[in-house]
Design a protein around this ligand. Structure first.
Ligand code: SAM
Ligand code: SF4
Length: 340
């Protein structure tokens, strides 16, 4: 790839929004497609975007570079399933080359089904940590949650990442009646393998063909449940993200809770999300966006810098999620489209 990147400015101006929050973290969605169909994420028969709408890998690199020039130190490649996009590893390698030159960390969120094929190249590119979605260790429940996925494929991918020296964190969405009773098994296994775990409350983003009230279970209840068998000690560490962490004394592992519904995490928000079509969303739960694809294609990479200032001027204060029965989706786009 031969990419025209934005011209560096003399002095780096950090990206600070109206509420004094500095944006240092970009989530870059490279595709809305996926080889799984998780019941909380998308419909059984989703309508994917035409490939012609997507930013090219070169354009994704240009936008990420514009952010890095303005003080973004962490980039996460996500989707959809990022590893189903053809040649995505080339983009990972190109961005990996910027580690140490503004960028501190390049990471990936993946379902790991394709990880066994790519783990070594991804590790060599400089990726040290990945998040893997895994909601259960039961093959039948896994197949039900992902609508047809094979647990063994994801476990093989996790094993390959670990063997390549990549630190894995397991993300599990708590789902009423599906995996909520079996989360202790998942946590015990993950901690035994040396993986941190983060539990996530289901968020009402996008229509999935199921009422969110039927899926939602509060992590306050899950925590109560876990405390009946384990000692959970609050940890001060923060990754700058919405998760609150505890140590499970009995397993020695770290467990995070992301509770967008039961406690709002917006005050410390340091991130923005770019969709695979170049729409910049300043908040996961609001519709405010900026069309960076249009700006990039019409005005060139140097115009991105001013666009990022514009983005800071409109970043919303917070999301307003609600999962009450019949409340509907807070935003119409699902997580795979926004970039989870
Ligand atoms: N395919 C990759 C994966 O599953 O890890 C990356 C994209 S996925 C959209 C990113 C994360 O979003 C996953 O951890 C998934 O569990 C989470 N997610 C998707 N829809 C969600 C929802 N409605 N509520 C909460 N988390 C959700
Ligand atoms: Fe695919 Fe990830 Fe969404 Fe599951 S959560 S359907 S793996 S994009």
């Amino acid at each position: 790839m031969n990419v025209a990147v934005p011209t560096p400015t003399a002095a780096m101006r950090p990206l600070i929004d109206r509420f004094g929050r500095q944006v240092t973290y970009l989530r870059l969605s490279v595709t809305d497609r996926c080889d799984l169909r998780c019941v909380y994420c998308m419909k059984e028969r989703p309508e994917f975007l035409p490939k012609s709408d997507l930013l090219t890998l070169e354009e994704l690199e240009q936008v990420a570079t514009a952010f890095i020039r303005r003080g973004v130190t962490k980039v996460r490649i996500t989707g959809g399933e990022p590893l189903v996009r053809r040649d995505v590893v080339t983009l990972i390698e190109r961005l990996g080359a910027q580690i140490g030159d503004g960028l501190n960390e390049l990471c990936l969120t993946t379902n790991a089904t394709q990880m066994a094929r790519f783990a070594d190249r991804i590790a060599t590119a400089g990726v040290r940590r990945i998040n893997v979605s895994l909601d259960t260790l039961d093959p039948d429940v896994f197949s039900a949650v992902t609508r047809g996925g094979q647990l063994s494929q994801t476990l093989d991918g996790i094993g390959a990442a670990k063997a390549a020296g990549i630190k894995v964190k397991i993300n599990a969405v708590a789902l009423k009646g599906l995996n909520d009773q079996h989360l202790p098994e998942l946590i015990q296994w993950a901690h035994g393998e040396g993986h941190d775990v983060t539990l996530i409350e289901v968020m009402p983003v996008g229509e999935v063909g199921i009422d969110r009230a039927d899926q939602f279970v509060s992590l306050l209840d899950i925590r109560d449940q876990l405390e009946q068998c384990w000692t959970l000690t609050d940890l001060p560490d923060s990754t700058g993200g919405p998760a609150r962490y505890v140590r499970v004394e009995e397993t020695g592992g770290r467990l995070g809770f992301i509770t967008p519904l039961t406690s709002n995490f917006c005050a410390g928000c340091n991130r923005v999300r770019l969709t695979c079509t170049g729409q910049l969303f300043m908040c996961l739960g609001q519709d405010d966006r900026l069309d960076l694809r249009r700006i990039l294609r019409e005005d060139g990479p140097d115009a991105l810098d001013a666009a990022l200032d514009q983005a800071m001027a409109v970043k919303p204060e917070k999301h307003e999620f609600d999962v009450a029965e019949g409340a509907g989706a807070a935003v119409s786009r699902n997580m795979a489209r926004t970039g989870g």
